[in-house]
Design a protein around this ligand. Structure first.
Ligand SMILES: Cc1cc2nc3c(=O)[nH]c(=O)nc-3n(C[C@H](O)[C@H](O)[C@H](O)COP(=O)(O)OP(=O)(O)OC[C@H]3O[C@@H](n4cnc5c(N)ncnc54)[C@H](O)[C@@H]3O)c2cc1C
Length: 469
């Protein structure tokens, strides 16, 4: 219910931020996750949930410091200031100058760390990352997805310039080894019940070359490293998801991921699926690809792990293979979610057909899609209909009003578990990741404005002023 309608000033004064920082919100409280593990069993029916009154202010769960940083950042990202900030960040990413490089100038490093880095990244070492993971859990998130932001230092062009075959092989192997060690270290930080995020191109030029050739199996060292990583993931009681990338790599990524699902997702394993593959709904071929993999899973007796995204490479990829309009992508995304949750096989086909074991992760900042998925899941849970395990998640620093709204609605155990996806690494290692987040916010300006609006509303609520339009 709206008590009073107030407008947030175009330029919030330092006094306003000070007031927010030093007068903690009247309604401040943290949500503690009491959700059961009900989403982990296929063909499982969830007991009808107790009726629940949703909170009108999910962002009230954010600690004041985090809230203020989000308010500041999202306001900048939703304003004309984003463009010059983006140019400065781009300059820093490639800069070697004493003045602008965060690797060389400790002041620049500190400023970046305390601002954009803290907003989007989990920490530079294990202690910081563990603290962030703990913070997320205390906000009510079921868990986190953790990825190492460092990208391979070795580039295909650099390795190609090496004359000696032996030295070239050494450079390729070194990049794979750094990736293996970094990924296992990341797994160690994320703990039981959480997800590890893996990007195959992170393994360096050997992976990039094999993926762009469309090799159906990875080079032996990468294959061995992946098996070691998946064994460790399963032993720890975690899951791993394989990121989707540009289309030139995607055919091979799917083949490598299906091989891992075949090995680690056998239906008779209680923890299956351990491995999830990513499907990009903006691709016109995504439904056919999913059907093909569902069929394989059904025939060969393994569980499908599906992480569904819209797709992040629209600006650089074959445009004709991507849905013509945003509305088409949205429709396809929601259709895939609905078909999987209602166990239609093939997708959009008749419900009631034998359905393979599937786990779905709805990875999106789009509040409409996420809420639709959660409502459908809840409706089936309340009607005692068969369910597949479903989880939802957003990136750290993005769409907190969506994430926390879902957390609020998930505490009765009849809704999907909510996750935050975190990246860790030093300020320099995270620069490319940070740049991508800033660019993403620029291209999804409407959504960023929605988040900024929700944060301004929360600011007024904390000041006791009522809701904002
Ligand atoms: C936890 C998490 C993990 C992710 N992992 C991956 C990954 O592994 N690989 C990957 O590629 N992406 C990944 N993404 C990013 C994702 O693909 C989207 O780019 C991003 O989340 C924005 O889409 P959205 O669903 O959040 O919502 P929205 O903001 O509603 O959708 C924006 C998206 O719609 C699509 N779109 C925009 N304009 C058009 C148009 N004119 N025609 C057709 N389609 C259009 C694009 O995909 C664009 O990114 C991930 C996102 C999250 C939250």
């Amino acid at each position: 219910m709206r008590s009073k309608v107030l407008l947030w000033p175009k330029r919030p004064t330092p006094l306003l931020y000070y007031q927010l920082l030093h007068h903690p919100p009247v309604y401040y409280h943290a949500y503690y996750n009491t959700s059961s593990t009900s989403t982990t069993t296929t063909h499982h029916t969830v007991p009808p949930p107790a009726p629940k009154t949703p909170s009108p202010a999910p962002l009230s769960a954010l600690p004041t410091r985090t809230f203020l940083r989000s308010l500041l950042f999202t306001s900048v990202m939703a304003s004309p200031l984003l463009k010059p900030c983006l140019s400065l960040l781009k300059y820093m990413v490639d800069s070697n100058s004493l003045l602008f490089s965060p690797a060389k100038n400790p002041v620049v490093n500190y400023l970046l760390r305390r601002t954009i880095y803290d907003h989007f990244c989990a920490g530079i070492n294990e202690r910081e990352v563990r603290n962030t993971v703990q913070e997320m859990k205390s906000l009510g998130f079921k868990g986190v997805i953790l990825g190492y932001a460092r990208e391979s230092i070795a580039k295909v062009e650099d390795v190609d310039r090496i004359q000696s075959a032996e030295e070239k092989q050494e450079a390729l192997d070194r990049a794979v080894e750094e990736w293996r060690v970094g990924t296992l270290r990341t797994l160690g930080m994320c703990g039981r019940g959480n997800y590890l995020a893996v990007k195959f191109t992170g393994a360096g030029p050997a992976a990039v070359e094999a993926l762009s050739r469309g090799d159906r199996v990875p080079p032996p060292r990468i294959q061995e490293a992946m098996m070691e990583i998946c064994d460790a993931v399963a032993a720890q009681g975690s899951r791993v998801w394989i990121d989707a990338e540009q289309q030139i790599f995607q055919g091979a990524i799917d083949a490598w991921a299906v091989d891992l699902m075949r090995k680690y997702n056998r239906v008779n394993r209680a923890d299956a699926p351990v491995v999830l593959n990513t499907y990009q709904a903006y691709l016109k071929s995504s439904t056919a690809r999913l059907n093909e993999h569902l069929q394989l899973a059904q025939r060969e007796g393994w569980a499908m792990g599906v992480k569904l995204v819209r797709g992040a490479y629209i600006a650089h990829d074959h445009r004709d293979r991507i849905h013509d309009t945003k509305a088409d992508t949205d429709r396809n995304y929601d259709h895939i979610v609905e078909s999987l949750i209602t166990r239609q096989y093939p997708l959009g086909g008749e419900p009631g057909q034998p359905f393979p074991k599937v786990r779905l992760f709805v990875a999106s900042h789009n509040g409409v899609s996420v809420r639709k998925a959660c409502a459908l899941y809840r409706q089936r849970a309340q009607s005692g209909l068969p369910l597949i395990p479903v989880e939802v998640g957003q990136l750290q620093g993005m769409a907190d009003e969506v994430s926390l709204g879902m957390v609020e609605g998930s505490t009765d155990g009849a809704a999907p578990g909510v996750f935050k996806c975190l990246a860790w690494g030093s300020t320099e290692e995270c620069l490319h990741f940070l740049l991508r987040r800033a660019v993403e916010n620029q291209s999804a300006m409407e959504r960023t404005r929605d988040t900024a609006r929700a944060l301004r509303g929360e600011a007024w609520r904390r000041l006791g002023g009522g809701s904002v339009m």
